[in-house]
Design a protein around this ligand. Structure first.
Ligand code: UTP
Length: 412
């Protein structure tokens, strides 16, 4: 497509972003066109509005928060088998697809490459991608189906991810793997100016795990799922090496209760653990951040002694395909993170900052939960399902994840 440079200049002037063309003349024709395409695609009003929100210091809490009910997987007694049978049938009938979100930057881990390629140090030295793939292959065998695996990458790591799968012959699961790329948003400096990247193009960053619904829809993956007969979609992250994507009990509960979304929780390690918890906001399913609740709320318990806001959200959720279609069409709010970003300044010089200097905007997956009327929450065991790899050392690190993985599979 040909872009009209004069129109683009006019648009940039209107929004005070004329500097975006300073590298234009030095770029080759392809890159020039790419830059114009980027600029043409930017919703400057949206960027302005989310940038302006970074200046709101006090956040008004204008919603009513209530606890949400949950089911404990291990207190289901006879109902366990009942739900399990319903879910098993749906899985055998090919109704389940799995999505792994692997578009994150993994900044805290500091691994050079997509997080999924990281080796957590098991004796097998398998990467996170291979561990998840092994699990899916095993489950597919169990149910005598081929469970499709959709992997979300970002523009930054898509090529490296696909190269890694190719090099590893897709771990023997090639026919069932589909890649799709998540959306991006420009990064802006503290003055609201969009940054220019080292290659002279607009500096963009992945739009957060909340981008998953829209990108599933826009990339044609929802359509693909429908062709495959998918009705239920599990969405999880790449950085939980114990993620149980195929859970007949969770599916059985969702089907039996007639809800279009279900989420797994683990009980908070202590009332003040810094995790988000399932709740209801204005009567609809939601996740509340630890920073949004008072100490009193964090410590409140019900008549059975359970924390009212103790069901941690572990990024393990199941959706009916109809819910994904709805969520994919609903704009989510953007949250800003203050990050360190190398860029080209208005004089054309490369700037490598020492500390954070720019905002990255991200949507959160759980901000879409309110789109459904009700959500079934299933409490599972931390030691069976949650071994996150977030930090290079300490809590939620390769070391803790490795131990949890080895203990669960009784490898050591
Ligand atoms: P995190 O929020 O923990 O982020 O992602 P991260 O990118 O892995 O790590 P940090 O914060 O930079 O250290 C949770 C899950 O969501 C995915 C990640 O890949 C991970 O599986 N994710 C996150 C995306 O797919 N895209 C995003 O834009 C953000």
């Amino acid at each position: 497509m040909q872009y009209n440079i004069e129109e683009i200049k006019h648009k940039l002037k209107k929004y005070g972003q004329e500097h975006l063309l300073i590298c234009y003349d030095k770029l080759d024709e392809n890159k020039q066109n790419e830059l114009l395409k980027q600029i043409d695609g930017i919703d400057f009003d949206l960027i302005n509005s989310i940038y302006n929100k970074t200046k709101d210091i006090a956040k008004e809490q204008d919603f009513k928060v209530e606890p949400i009910s949950f089911i404990d997987k291990y207190k289901l007694n006879d109902k366990y088998k009942y739900y399990e049978e319903i879910g098993k049938k749906a899985i055998r009938d090919g109704k389940l697809a799995c999505v792994t979100m692997a578009g994150g930057q993994g900044t805290r881990l500091g691994h050079n490459g997509p997080k999924g390629t990281f080796d957590i140090g098991l004796e097998s030295h398998k990467s996170l991608f291979e561990l998840l793939c092994d699990y899916l292959k095993e489950e597919s065998k169990k149910y005598n189906v081929q469970i499709p695996w959709f992997i979300m990458t970002s523009k930054q790591n898509n090529k490296d991810t696909i190269d890694f799968f190719e090099k590893n012959k897709y771990f023997g699961y090639e026919k069932n793997i589909y890649f799709f790329i998540q959306g991006e948003l420009p990064m802006v400096d503290t003055e609201g100016k969009i940054l220019i990247d080292e290659d002279g193009l607009v500096k963009e960053a992945a739009d957060g795990h909340g981008g998953v619904y829209e990108s599933l829809l826009k990339s044609g993956m929802v359509q693909k799922m429908k062709e495959l007969g998918t009705q239920w979609v599990f969405i999880g992250g790449i950085d939980n090496c114990l993620v149980k994507m195929v859970d007949p009990v969770l599916m059985g509960i969702a089907i039996d209760k007639g809800v279009t979304a279900a989420g797994k929780s683990v009980v908070k390690a202590n009332p003040h653990e810094k995790v988000g918890a399932f709740c209801k906001k204005n009567g609809r399913p939601a996740v509340i951040e630890y920073s949004e609740i008072t100490d009193e709320m964090a410590e409140a318990r019900d008549e059975n002694g359970e924390l009212l806001y103790g069901e941690s959200h572990i990024l393990c959720n199941l959706f009916n395909i109809s819910a994904i279609e709805r969520m994919g069409k609903t704009p989510l709010p953007y949250h800003s993170a203050y990050k360190k970003a190398t860029y080209i300044d208005k004089d054309g010089n490369k700037v490598v900052p020492d500390g954070p200097n720019a905002y990255k905007f991200e949507a959160f997956l759980f901000d879409a939960f309110g789109e459904v009327d009700d959500m079934a929450i299933l409490r599972v065991k931390r030691e069976e399902e949650f071994a996150p790899v977030k930090n290079a050392t300490g809590v939620d690190s390769p070391e803790t994840a490795r131990k949890l993985y080895n203990d669960f599979y009784k490898l050591n």
